[in-house]
Design a protein around this ligand. Structure first.
Ligand code: HEM
Length: 221
């Protein structure tokens, strides 16, 4: 299986794995934000949705394991590519010619680490309910009440909003890069690829961010 090892350890192979796992993680985010938007339809809609997700444990656990594998692979290959690039060029370029490179593209590691910290906190906060005794005392499917309670606190609303900015930036470059790696790499599509990434990335992050913001502002209560 040396071709497998070669495919995985070559920079192109690593980029393809980053793109495929990035696509899987983005797919999760699209599903997650679509489910979360049910909050605007009222407590019953979102609570029933949370309950519905638990009705098919095999499907839920299959998706969770797939997500975790994609997540670990995405992080590992990101580290491999980042550290590999640094080792190949320990001195920075004399002319740092990054006219084309956006802020988002040059700070993928930073925004990725902010996302990582956010995910750890988010799981402790909403999935394991370990950060707030009042959330821990709520019913298993009382997602609506949990969100209202959480996002009325300025510190929680602000931390989620900061994380959503990092997610928007990360997805903006990540999605464009994924399109290119997976084959949309022709000058004719350059403009499309360069605008689709930020449009989709900011769109997803903006929809997520609307929830803490509208609850904090009292528009949803
Ligand atoms: C304002 C934005 C968000 C809200 C209101 C929100 C809400 C929630 C809630 C209520 C749960 C627990 C569902 C349950 O156990 O019944 C959850 C789980 C989760 N969220 Fe979020 N979420 C947000 C953003 C995000 C983002 C941006 C990510 C990833 C970068 C994310 C990743 C996850 C993961 C991995 C889980 C665990 C899923 C599982 O149980 O398998 N969430 N979220």
């Amino acid at each position: 299986m040396s071709w497998v090892r070669h495919a995985v350890t070559s920079p192109i192979g690593a980029k393809v794995i980053m793109a495929i796992t990035g696509l899987m993680l983005s797919g999760f985010l699209v599903g997650h934000v679509a489910g979360n938007l049910l909050i605007y339809a009222g407590p019953e809609a979102i609570n029933q949705y949370a309950e519905g997700l638990r009705k098919f444990p095999a499907l839920l656990w299959g998706a969770r394991v797939g997500l975790l594998v994609a997540f670990i692979a995405h992080l590992s290959f990101a580290a491999y590519l980042t550290l590999g690039n640094r080792a190949a060029r320990p001195q920075p370029y004399v002319f740092n010619n990054t006219v084309q490179a956006t802020w988002a593209s040059r700070h993928m590691a930073l925004t990725g680490l902010v996302m990582l910290a956010f995910i750890v906190f988010h799981l402790l906060h909403f999935t394991w309910r370990a950060t707030d005794p009042e959330i821990a005392s709520m019913g298993e499917f009382e997602v609506y009440r949990m969100a209202i309670h959480a996002f009325r606190k300025p510190s929680i609303a602000a931390s989620y909003l900061i994380a959503m900015v990092a997610i928007g930036l990360h997805l903006s470059h990540g999605i464009s890069s994924m399109f290119q790696t997976l084959g949309l790499n022709h000058p004719r599509y350059n403009r499309l690829v360069r605008t689709a990434g930020p449009a989709i990335g900011v769109g997803i992050a903006g929809l997520f961010a609307s929830i803490p913001l509208s609850i904090y502002l009292g528009l949803v209560n």
